[in-house]
Design a protein around this ligand. Structure first.
Ligand SMILES: Nc1ncnc2c1ncn2[C@@H]1O[C@H](COP(=O)(O)OP(=O)(O)OP(=O)(O)O)[C@@H](O)[C@H]1O
Length: 344
């Protein structure tokens, strides 16, 4: 459906070359939801803007439904762009137009007749759940409602692909979930291919089947979301996965944390379970085998693509020797263990 082939993008600023994208290759199947994740400045916006040629790649090809967009004339490109809808972080609605008129705009520009526009827009407003807001102005809508209008507008010209540029980044978590739910619904009902870029792994986990991780303009890792969560190959992928779990040491524990073991102090350990971890009940096993009492302080375990993974913060009560044996046992079972300090 979309093929991004050997795409490079170089910006020149004050005589300096900035390699925003280096040799990016991606293949996105029709009807799939594909996520591209990266930190700030990684090149995500540049990549998604290259897909509809808002930004022209310095080299490489963008192939949509068998057509190489980089080879089209300006006129051909204008027509082909109708097959590509786009939504943005800040919605980009026209404040002087009502909800209805915002959604109608692409149809008016394509000279569709008024009755057809009315039917189409009403249908789209129903799809995104905004029928009762048709005559409202954007200033009187919530962020989530504005994004629904933007989605309806993007769908007006029956695109094959929807590009989402940080579409949920300015929304609260509950609204983010409702917009992701809507994207899932339109993907299912319209068989629309969705390419989204985000800096939030939670968005990828929530909606995407496949993900590509980019860093510093380069492809770092790509594959099925479940596989990446289960077997991240790079430190960058691990960082993104950890960001969905977020375990911090409670303040009162930090205050009592020593860097070396003294009498009556016990190790505070951070356990990381990945797809490589052996799928046995290791916590109860090590309590029994090594005579260790385990106090779980916080835990964030998850299940994606058939794989359990997550982080756990725990205190190990027992002798120093028992704690060392327990840690070795966990490592043998491919649980990553980090001793964060000793709690007094
Ligand atoms: N028009 C431009 N002129 C010069 N440099 C640019 C331009 N657009 C982007 N860049 C540079 O290209 C690199 C990638 O930027 P890009 O906006 O694609 O990153 P991003 O991953 O989308 O970041 P963010 O999440 O912060 O938006 C950055 O170093 C940026 O400064």
């Amino acid at each position: 459906m979309i093929q991004i082939k050997k795409v490079n993008k170089v910006f020149y600023q004050a005589g300096r070359a900035i390699h925003a994208l280096s040799n990016i290759n991606l293949s996105i199947e029709q009807g799939s939801i594909f996520g591209v994740i990266g930190s700030s400045g990684a090149g995500k916006s540049t990549l998604i803007r290259c897909v509809n040629l808002l930004e022209r790649p310095s080299s490489g090809n963008i192939i949509l439904d068998g057509v190489d967009l980089t080879q089209l004339s300006t006129q051909e490109l204008t027509l082909t762009r109708r097959k590509i809808g786009m939504i943005f972080q800040h919605f980009n609605l026209l404040s002087s137009r009502t909800v209805f008129d915002n959604v109608a705009l692409p149809l008016e520009l394509a000279a569709v007749n008024k009755n057809k526009i009315k039917d189409k827009v009403n249908g789209l407003l129903e799809l995104v759940g905004l029928t009762d807001k048709r005559d409202t102005y954007p200033a009187n809508l919530s962020g989530g409602q504005k994004q629904r209008v933007a989605i309806a507008r993007a769908l007006a010209s029956d695109p094959l692909v929807l590009l989402c540029d940080e579409a949920t980044s300015s929304l609260d978590p509950a609204t983010t979930q409702s917009i992701l739910e809507l994207l899932r619904k339109i993907n299912r009902e319209l068989n629309l291919t969705i390419l989204l870029i985000t800096h939030e792994m939670a968005v990828v986990k929530g909606i995407c089947a496949q993900v590509a991780i980019i860093g510093d303009g380069k492809m770092v890792e790509q594959g099925l979301v479940g596989d990446i969560f289960a077997h991240p190959k790079t430190e960058l992928a691990r960082q993104f996965i950890r960001s969905t779990l977020d375990l911090t040491i409670p303040a009162d524990y930090s205050a009592r944390l020593l860097t070396s073991r003294v009498e009556n102090s016990f190790p505070l350990v951070r356990l990381e379970f990945t797809g490589a971890s052996v799928d046995t009940p290791v916590i109860s096993q090590l309590a029994r085998q090594f005579n260790i009492d385990i106090s779980i302080i916080s835990s964030n375990m998850d299940y994606v693509g058939g794989v359990k993974f997550g982080l756990m913060l725990a205190e190990f009560f027992g002798t120093e020797e028992a704690a060392l044996k327990a840690i070795a046992f966990l490592k043998e079972h491919n649980v990553e263990v980090e001793v964060l300090g000793y709690v007094i």
